[in-house]
Design a protein around this ligand. Structure first.
Ligand SMILES: [Zn+2]
Length: 219
């Protein structure tokens, strides 16, 4: 390879793109008549120049396709995330408890506790009927909840109480106009070992306690 070849090879890209001076072009043309290597080099350059537009098209298409797929994946993930959040919200509403809405269910007029057959019974009528998750929960004198509080004291026998709860989701349900049929649910036997002392409705929002039944202290 002559020193000339080095110089020509530097000019070849400019020559291929037709941006070199007349003088340089002449020098290149003269040289490649006699030098097969530089001629080959030029042909290689020209080939890559002519095929590049086609390549660019392919590359562009591939990029576009990838962008479309990415958009689709992002969209799918968003939809799944929204569905997941909705399901979690719904499950939360169905499974979590809250104290019954005092006014909506007219608690003081529709819920009562009676004593018969050596047991204590919860009687629900009117708009409170039909919400089957209405259930009693047990608390001690400190208000610790049997199900939710770790430090619930089982030995505080004198302080057991019952609170009426409902599902959170029922708060959104339209209260019925009332049912002529009452529902009676046994809360506990009077001679149960861990005897309940009190049944009350606890109004969470106003932090008020309404005693529905209290054990006769002489029992
Ligand atoms: Zn050469």
């Amino acid at each position: 390879m002559s020193k000339n070849c080095d110089m020509i090879k530097d000019l070849l890209p400019l020559y291929a793109d037709d941006v070199c001076s007349d003088e340089s072009r002449k020098a290149v043309e003269e040289h490649i008549k006699e030098c097969a290597e530089c001629k080959g080099e030029l042909e290689k350059l020209r080939r890559s120049v002519t095929v590049s537009p086609k390549n660019d098209g392919e590359v562009l298409k591939r990029i576009k396709r990838r962008l479309r797929i990415e958009k689709l994946v992002v969209g799918l993930i968003s939809v799944l995330a929204i569905c997941g959040a909705l399901i979690i919200g719904l499950v939360y509403l169905i499974n979590s408890d809250t104290s019954m809405d005092m006014e909506k269910y007219d608690i003081l007029n529709n819920v009562s506790v009676t004593e018969h057959d050596n047991a204590v019974w919860l009687n629900i009528k009117g708009s409170a009927v039909g919400f089957f998750r209405v259930h009693p929960t047990i608390s001690d004198t400190d208000g610790k909840h049997l199900l939710y509080d770790e430090d619930f004291d089982r030995n505080k026998k004198n302080g057991y109480g019952v609170t009426l709860m409902q599902r959170k989701i029922d708060s959104f349900a339209i209260a019925r106009h009332g049912s002529p049929f009452g529902v009676e649910q046994k809360l506990f036997d009077l001679d149960e070992k861990d005897a309940m002392m009190k049944v009350f409705y606890y109004d969470d929002e106003n932090n008020k306690e309404y005693v529905l039944w209290e054990r006769d202290k002489n029992d």
